[in-house]
Design a binder for this molecule. Structure first.
Ligand SMILES: *[C@@H]1O[C@H](CO)[C@@H](O)[C@H](O)[C@H]1NC(C)=O
Ligand SMILES: *[C@@H]1O[C@H](CO)[C@@H](O)[C@H](O)[C@H]1NC(C)=O
Length: 302
């Protein structure tokens, strides 16, 4: 069988798994469903946007959330979010990916609210085979409640890039050669939620939720699920591995860091990073093995 033929067959075999970015006009609920605080999950907007924007609300009775029906192995996965406006101290808005295996994988985006005009922090984390404790926090350089911004990951066999719009703010490279398990065999579901965490989220838990400002609202739209969509908990993933080599998210641009992306990482590292597990020597007297390869400049020469 010729290489072309093999490729054609591979493409055919994965056709049922392979799903591109949701078409404009697709209702969100084709791929997602609410899973927490049902009655606080809303679909606002006029005829043009109904079904394409999800509003999560939080009040003293409950937070709310929704999730994807299917899981994904690799891909460009994310959406645009507008965070709660005004005083959002103690309020956490989240987007995360998680698998359901016993030693699970997880990628987190947690937005830690703040008093009006005080910086909202984005905390990210990476769990591989059930081990996390890889928190990083960046202070956002714009008001995330004013406009929608894209937040998401590009995930392939070599690297996971965490993105805010076109800016890479964090990477997690495949460092299996250093003994760090990589996220390469567990499909992950997408989760979205808004909840109260004023015991830790803002200024170490000293700024509490102002319930007189409730309900708090976060808006999610423009979901991107260009990845290998998986419909079983323990699937045969060969078609996902094949797909990687003909997909955009597995191409050279996405498996490597460009000059611009390296510069963006340095800018984030020098100007916006407020916490990094890699430099927390009280917690990690020995720098975790993946750290050196994940920051382009900071650790070089150490
Ligand atoms: C909230 O604002 C204070 C004061 O600017 C800042 O120290 C803190 O890092 C900000 N964010 C959070 C989530 O605590
Ligand atoms: C890879 O895919 C991206 C889209 O994610 C595209 O912009 C880029 O041009 C592609 N690069 C290559 C080398 O094909």
């Amino acid at each position: 069988m010729g290489a072309k033929m093999k490729l054609a067959l591979a493409v055919l075999c994965v056709a049922t798994l392979y799903v591109r970015v949701a078409q404009a006009g697709d209702p969100v609920w084709k791929k997602f469903y609410s899973n927490f605080g049902d009655w606080k999950v809303k679909y606002p907007g006029d005829a043009d946007t109904t079904g394409q924007v999800v509003e999560l609300q939080l009040d003293q009775s409950t937070g709310s959330g929704f999730r994807s029906k299917y899981s994904y192995l690799y891909g460009r996965l994310g959406m645009r979010i507008k965070l709660p406006a005004g005083n959002s101290a103690g309020v956490v808005t989240s987007f995360y990916l998680a698998s359901r295996y016993v030693k699970w994988c997880e990628l987190d985006f947690e937005f830690l609210g703040n008093w009006t005009h005080e910086p909202v922090l984005l905390q990210t984390n990476v769990f591989s085979e059930g081990v996390g404790n890889r928190e990083q926090r960046v202070s956002l350089w714009f008001d995330p409640s004013e406009d929608y911004h894209f937040y998401g990951v590009v995930w392939n066999q070599d690297i996971i890039k965490f993105l805010i719009d076109d800016t890479v703010i964090r990477v997690f490279k495949n460092t299996a050669n250093l003994g760090v398990p990589y996220l390469d065999y567990q499909p992950m579901y997408m989760y979205f939620s808004l909840w109260e965490a004023d015991d830790w989220a803002t200024c170490g838990g000293t700024r509490k939720v102002d319930w007189s400002a409730a309900p708090f609202s976060a808006f999610y739209t423009d979901f991107e699920t260009d990845g290998c969509e998986v419909h079983l908990d323990y699937p045969n993933l060969n078609s996902c591995y094949d797909l990687l080599y003909i997909s955009d998210y597995g191409n050279y641009t996405n498996t490597h860091l460009s000059e611009k992306e390296i510069n963006d990482l340095k800018t984030v590292q020098y100007n916006y990073l407020t916490y990094d597990y890699c430099t927390d020597v009280d917690r990690y007297p020995t720098v975790p093995p993946e750290c050196a390869s994940n920051w382009p400049q900071y650790y070089s020469g150490q």
